[in-house]
Design a protein around this ligand. Sequence first.
Ligand SMILES: [Zn+2]
Length: 305
Amino acid sequence: MEIIGHKKQWEFLKRSFQEKRLAHAYLFTGPESVGKKKMALEFAKLVLCESGKSQPCNRCQSCYQVDNLIHPDFLLIEPSSNAAKIISIEEIRTLKEKMSITSGGNYKVAVIDNAHRLTHEAQSALLKLLEEPQGKKIIILVSEFPDVILPTIRSRTQPIHFHFVKEKEIELMLKNTSLTKREKELLMLVGKGRPGVILQYLENKNLLKENEKFVEDLLELKKSPLFKRFNYAKRLKDSKEKERTLFVWLAFLRKKLLEKCSNSNSSWDTQHLIKLIKLLENIIHLFSTTNINQRLALEIFFLEL
Ligand SMILES: [Zn+2]
Protein backbone atom coordinates (compact mmCIF):
# COMPACT_ATOMS: atom_id res chain seq x y z
CA MET A 1 0.00 0.00 0.00
CA GLU A 2 1.76 3.11 -1.19
CA ILE A 3 0.99 6.41 0.45
CA ILE A 4 1.10 9.40 -1.86
CA GLY A 5 2.41 12.53 -0.14
CA HIS A 6 2.02 13.22 3.61
CA LYS A 7 5.67 12.39 4.37
CA LYS A 8 5.78 14.63 7.45
CA GLN A 9 2.73 13.01 9.00
CA TRP A 10 4.05 9.52 8.32
CA GLU A 11 7.48 10.33 9.76
CA PHE A 12 5.84 11.78 12.86
CA LEU A 13 3.74 8.65 13.41
CA LYS A 14 6.70 6.34 12.81
CA ARG A 15 8.85 8.28 15.24
CA SER A 16 6.14 8.21 17.92
CA PHE A 17 5.97 4.45 17.49
CA GLN A 18 9.74 3.93 17.63
CA GLU A 19 10.04 6.15 20.67
CA LYS A 20 7.04 4.47 22.32
CA ARG A 21 5.19 7.76 22.63
CA LEU A 22 1.95 6.67 21.02
CA ALA A 23 -1.27 8.49 21.90
CA HIS A 24 -4.36 6.50 22.84
CA ALA A 25 -6.46 8.34 20.32
CA TYR A 26 -5.72 10.22 17.13
CA LEU A 27 -7.85 12.48 14.98
CA PHE A 28 -6.83 12.50 11.32
CA THR A 29 -8.40 15.53 9.67
CA GLY A 30 -8.17 17.15 6.24
CA PRO A 31 -9.97 17.23 2.89
CA GLU A 32 -11.75 14.21 1.43
CA SER A 33 -9.78 11.57 -0.49
CA VAL A 34 -6.32 12.92 0.31
CA GLY A 35 -5.29 9.66 2.01
CA LYS A 36 -6.28 9.97 5.68
CA LYS A 37 -7.91 6.54 5.94
CA LYS A 38 -5.08 4.97 4.00
CA MET A 39 -2.59 6.47 6.43
CA ALA A 40 -4.65 5.21 9.39
CA LEU A 41 -4.58 1.66 7.96
CA GLU A 42 -0.86 1.90 7.28
CA PHE A 43 -0.26 3.14 10.82
CA ALA A 44 -2.32 0.25 12.23
CA LYS A 45 -0.22 -2.12 10.16
CA LEU A 46 2.99 -0.60 11.49
CA VAL A 47 1.86 -0.89 15.13
CA LEU A 48 0.72 -4.50 14.69
CA CYS A 49 3.51 -5.72 12.35
CA GLU A 50 5.44 -8.73 13.70
CA SER A 51 8.76 -7.62 12.21
CA GLY A 52 9.30 -4.85 14.76
CA LYS A 53 10.81 -2.72 12.02
CA SER A 54 10.23 0.98 11.42
CA GLN A 55 8.05 0.20 8.39
CA PRO A 56 5.30 -2.40 8.01
CA CYS A 57 7.07 -5.41 6.46
CA ASN A 58 4.07 -6.33 4.25
CA ARG A 59 5.12 -9.97 4.57
CA CYS A 60 4.08 -11.16 8.00
CA GLN A 61 0.73 -12.67 8.86
CA SER A 62 -0.25 -9.55 10.77
CA CYS A 63 0.36 -7.21 7.82
CA TYR A 64 -1.67 -9.56 5.61
CA GLN A 65 -4.51 -9.64 8.12
CA VAL A 66 -4.68 -5.86 8.47
CA ASP A 67 -4.66 -5.44 4.68
CA ASN A 68 -7.58 -7.85 4.47
CA LEU A 69 -9.35 -6.43 7.52
CA ILE A 70 -9.31 -9.78 9.33
CA HIS A 71 -6.73 -9.04 12.05
CA PRO A 72 -8.10 -10.09 15.47
CA ASP A 73 -6.62 -6.98 17.12
CA PHE A 74 -7.78 -4.56 14.47
CA LEU A 75 -11.19 -3.08 13.76
CA LEU A 76 -12.34 -0.74 11.00
CA ILE A 77 -15.65 1.04 11.54
CA GLU A 78 -17.17 2.98 8.67
CA PRO A 79 -20.64 4.26 7.93
CA SER A 80 -20.90 2.96 4.37
CA SER A 81 -22.49 -0.31 5.44
CA ASN A 82 -25.92 1.19 6.06
CA ALA A 83 -28.24 3.37 3.99
CA ALA A 84 -28.41 6.21 6.50
CA LYS A 85 -24.62 6.39 6.50
CA ILE A 86 -24.38 6.77 10.23
CA ILE A 87 -22.22 5.08 12.84
CA SER A 88 -24.52 3.87 15.58
CA ILE A 89 -23.97 3.27 19.28
CA GLU A 90 -24.07 -0.50 18.63
CA GLU A 91 -20.88 -0.19 16.65
CA ILE A 92 -19.17 1.64 19.50
CA ARG A 93 -20.36 -1.13 21.86
CA THR A 94 -18.78 -3.72 19.56
CA LEU A 95 -15.63 -1.63 19.54
CA LYS A 96 -15.60 -1.48 23.33
CA GLU A 97 -16.04 -5.24 23.60
CA LYS A 98 -13.33 -5.93 21.10
CA MET A 99 -10.92 -3.52 22.73
CA SER A 100 -11.49 -5.06 26.16
CA ILE A 101 -10.39 -8.58 25.22
CA THR A 102 -6.75 -8.90 26.26
CA SER A 103 -4.47 -10.20 23.64
CA GLY A 104 -1.16 -11.24 25.15
CA GLY A 105 0.20 -7.74 25.59
CA ASN A 106 -0.24 -6.83 21.95
CA TYR A 107 -1.66 -3.55 20.75
CA LYS A 108 -5.26 -3.21 19.68
CA VAL A 109 -6.06 -0.68 17.00
CA ALA A 110 -9.39 0.65 15.79
CA VAL A 111 -10.01 3.06 12.93
CA ILE A 112 -13.29 4.98 12.76
CA ASP A 113 -13.60 6.40 9.26
CA ASN A 114 -15.93 9.35 8.61
CA ALA A 115 -16.15 9.86 12.35
CA HIS A 116 -18.42 12.87 11.80
CA ARG A 117 -21.12 10.32 11.00
CA LEU A 118 -21.14 9.02 14.59
CA THR A 119 -24.58 9.66 16.10
CA HIS A 120 -24.77 11.78 19.21
CA GLU A 121 -25.36 8.66 21.32
CA ALA A 122 -22.40 6.94 19.69
CA GLN A 123 -20.20 9.95 20.39
CA SER A 124 -21.19 9.89 24.08
CA ALA A 125 -20.33 6.19 24.27
CA LEU A 126 -17.03 6.81 22.53
CA LEU A 127 -16.24 9.62 24.96
CA LYS A 128 -16.77 7.24 27.90
CA LEU A 129 -14.47 4.73 26.27
CA LEU A 130 -11.78 7.37 25.81
CA GLU A 131 -12.10 8.40 29.45
CA GLU A 132 -11.32 4.90 30.68
CA PRO A 133 -7.72 3.75 31.20
CA GLN A 134 -6.52 2.69 27.80
CA GLY A 135 -3.57 0.32 28.08
CA LYS A 136 -2.16 -0.71 24.72
CA LYS A 137 -5.11 0.53 22.72
CA ILE A 138 -5.23 3.03 19.93
CA ILE A 139 -8.34 4.55 18.38
CA ILE A 140 -7.90 6.59 15.20
CA LEU A 141 -10.75 8.88 14.19
CA VAL A 142 -10.74 9.96 10.57
CA SER A 143 -12.84 12.91 9.48
CA GLU A 144 -12.96 15.78 7.04
CA PHE A 145 -15.48 17.59 9.26
CA PRO A 146 -13.96 17.45 12.77
CA ASP A 147 -16.13 20.35 13.95
CA VAL A 148 -19.09 17.98 14.05
CA ILE A 149 -17.31 15.80 16.62
CA LEU A 150 -17.77 16.66 20.32
CA PRO A 151 -15.03 18.99 21.59
CA THR A 152 -14.63 16.70 24.61
CA ILE A 153 -13.71 13.86 22.24
CA ARG A 154 -11.42 16.03 20.18
CA SER A 155 -9.55 17.23 23.24
CA ARG A 156 -8.69 13.62 24.08
CA THR A 157 -7.11 12.97 20.71
CA GLN A 158 -3.81 13.83 19.15
CA PRO A 159 -4.71 15.77 16.00
CA ILE A 160 -2.89 15.04 12.77
CA HIS A 161 -3.71 17.36 9.88
CA PHE A 162 -3.57 16.30 6.26
CA HIS A 163 -3.45 18.67 3.31
CA PHE A 164 -3.97 18.42 -0.42
CA VAL A 165 -1.15 16.47 -2.04
CA LYS A 166 1.20 18.51 -4.22
CA GLU A 167 0.58 18.53 -7.95
CA LYS A 168 4.04 17.08 -8.61
CA GLU A 169 3.28 13.95 -6.61
CA ILE A 170 -0.05 13.49 -8.39
CA GLU A 171 1.75 13.89 -11.72
CA LEU A 172 4.12 11.10 -10.68
CA MET A 173 1.11 8.89 -10.01
CA LEU A 174 -0.11 9.44 -13.56
CA LYS A 175 3.27 9.16 -15.23
CA ASN A 176 3.20 5.47 -16.04
CA THR A 177 -0.44 5.21 -16.97
CA SER A 178 -1.80 4.83 -20.49
CA LEU A 179 -3.95 7.96 -20.22
CA THR A 180 -3.89 10.54 -23.00
CA LYS A 181 -2.70 14.09 -22.30
CA ARG A 182 -6.30 15.32 -22.33
CA GLU A 183 -7.39 12.61 -19.88
CA LYS A 184 -4.51 13.45 -17.57
CA GLU A 185 -5.51 17.11 -17.60
CA LEU A 186 -9.12 16.24 -16.78
CA LEU A 187 -8.00 13.98 -14.00
CA MET A 188 -5.65 16.58 -12.52
CA LEU A 189 -8.60 18.94 -12.46
CA VAL A 190 -11.13 16.73 -10.75
CA GLY A 191 -8.62 14.94 -8.52
CA LYS A 192 -6.78 18.09 -7.56
CA GLY A 193 -4.56 17.15 -4.60
CA ARG A 194 -6.62 14.04 -3.85
CA PRO A 195 -4.87 10.74 -4.69
CA GLY A 196 -7.94 8.78 -3.60
CA VAL A 197 -9.97 10.35 -6.39
CA ILE A 198 -7.20 9.74 -8.94
CA LEU A 199 -7.04 6.05 -7.98
CA GLN A 200 -10.78 5.70 -8.34
CA TYR A 201 -10.55 7.07 -11.89
CA LEU A 202 -7.56 4.95 -12.82
CA GLU A 203 -9.53 1.88 -11.84
CA ASN A 204 -12.47 2.93 -13.97
CA LYS A 205 -11.74 5.09 -16.98
CA ASN A 206 -15.44 5.40 -17.86
CA LEU A 207 -15.80 7.76 -14.93
CA LEU A 208 -13.94 10.45 -16.90
CA LYS A 209 -16.46 10.25 -19.73
CA GLU A 210 -19.29 10.45 -17.22
CA ASN A 211 -17.72 13.56 -15.72
CA GLU A 212 -17.81 15.31 -19.06
CA LYS A 213 -21.48 14.45 -19.25
CA PHE A 214 -22.06 16.00 -15.79
CA VAL A 215 -20.42 19.23 -16.98
CA GLU A 216 -22.52 19.21 -20.17
CA ASP A 217 -25.61 18.77 -17.98
CA LEU A 218 -24.64 21.76 -15.89
CA LEU A 219 -24.14 23.99 -18.92
CA GLU A 220 -27.42 22.79 -20.38
CA LEU A 221 -29.27 23.42 -17.12
CA LYS A 222 -27.89 26.95 -17.01
CA LYS A 223 -29.94 27.66 -20.14
CA SER A 224 -33.00 25.61 -19.18
CA PRO A 225 -36.28 26.76 -17.70
CA LEU A 226 -36.82 26.28 -14.00
CA PHE A 227 -39.06 23.21 -14.25
CA LYS A 228 -36.28 21.33 -16.08
CA ARG A 229 -33.75 22.30 -13.45
CA PHE A 230 -36.06 21.17 -10.67
CA ASN A 231 -36.69 17.86 -12.43
CA TYR A 232 -32.94 17.39 -12.54
CA ALA A 233 -32.71 18.16 -8.80
CA LYS A 234 -35.30 15.48 -8.14
CA ARG A 235 -33.35 12.89 -10.15
CA LEU A 236 -29.97 13.90 -8.78
CA LYS A 237 -31.16 13.60 -5.18
CA ASP A 238 -31.68 9.85 -5.69
CA SER A 239 -28.66 9.27 -7.90
CA LYS A 240 -25.83 7.24 -6.45
CA GLU A 241 -23.46 9.52 -8.37
CA LYS A 242 -24.79 12.57 -6.54
CA GLU A 243 -21.61 13.34 -4.57
CA ARG A 244 -19.37 12.85 -7.59
CA THR A 245 -21.58 15.07 -9.75
CA LEU A 246 -21.35 17.86 -7.18
CA PHE A 247 -17.56 17.48 -6.90
CA VAL A 248 -17.19 17.58 -10.68
CA TRP A 249 -19.30 20.73 -10.89
CA LEU A 250 -17.28 22.30 -8.10
CA ALA A 251 -14.01 21.53 -9.90
CA PHE A 252 -15.45 22.90 -13.15
CA LEU A 253 -16.67 26.15 -11.56
CA ARG A 254 -13.32 26.67 -9.80
CA LYS A 255 -11.58 26.22 -13.14
CA LYS A 256 -13.91 28.77 -14.72
CA LEU A 257 -13.12 31.20 -11.92
CA LEU A 258 -9.38 30.79 -12.50
CA GLU A 259 -9.87 31.27 -16.25
CA LYS A 260 -11.94 34.36 -15.59
CA CYS A 261 -9.07 35.85 -13.59
CA SER A 262 -6.70 35.47 -16.53
CA ASN A 263 -9.19 36.07 -19.34
CA SER A 264 -11.87 38.68 -18.91
CA ASN A 265 -13.63 37.55 -22.10
CA SER A 266 -15.16 34.56 -20.36
CA SER A 267 -18.97 34.67 -20.38
CA TRP A 268 -19.14 33.87 -16.66
CA ASP A 269 -19.49 36.62 -14.10
CA THR A 270 -16.89 36.55 -11.32
CA GLN A 271 -19.29 37.29 -8.45
CA HIS A 272 -21.75 34.75 -9.80
CA LEU A 273 -19.05 32.08 -9.96
CA ILE A 274 -17.94 32.82 -6.40
CA LYS A 275 -21.54 32.59 -5.21
CA LEU A 276 -22.10 29.24 -6.97
CA ILE A 277 -18.85 27.80 -5.62
CA LYS A 278 -19.69 28.79 -2.05
CA LEU A 279 -23.18 27.39 -2.41
CA LEU A 280 -21.89 24.06 -3.74
CA GLU A 281 -19.25 23.80 -1.02
CA ASN A 282 -21.97 24.35 1.54
CA ILE A 283 -24.26 21.76 0.00
CA ILE A 284 -21.49 19.15 -0.11
CA HIS A 285 -20.70 19.84 3.53
CA LEU A 286 -24.35 19.65 4.61
CA PHE A 287 -25.00 16.45 2.63
CA SER A 288 -22.12 14.76 4.45
CA THR A 289 -22.89 15.96 7.94
CA THR A 290 -26.65 16.49 8.28
CA ASN A 291 -29.99 15.13 7.16
CA ILE A 292 -30.82 18.31 5.26
CA ASN A 293 -33.63 18.23 2.66
CA GLN A 294 -31.37 17.43 -0.29
CA ARG A 295 -33.85 18.16 -3.04
CA LEU A 296 -34.52 21.61 -1.65
CA ALA A 297 -30.80 22.32 -1.32
CA LEU A 298 -30.22 21.31 -4.95
CA GLU A 299 -33.17 23.44 -6.07
CA ILE A 300 -31.64 26.45 -4.35
CA PHE A 301 -28.42 25.84 -6.26
CA PHE A 302 -30.29 25.54 -9.55
CA LEU A 303 -32.19 28.75 -8.80
CA GLU A 304 -28.87 30.56 -8.56
CA LEU A 305 -27.31 28.88 -11.59
ZN1 LIG B 1 4.53 -7.13 8.94
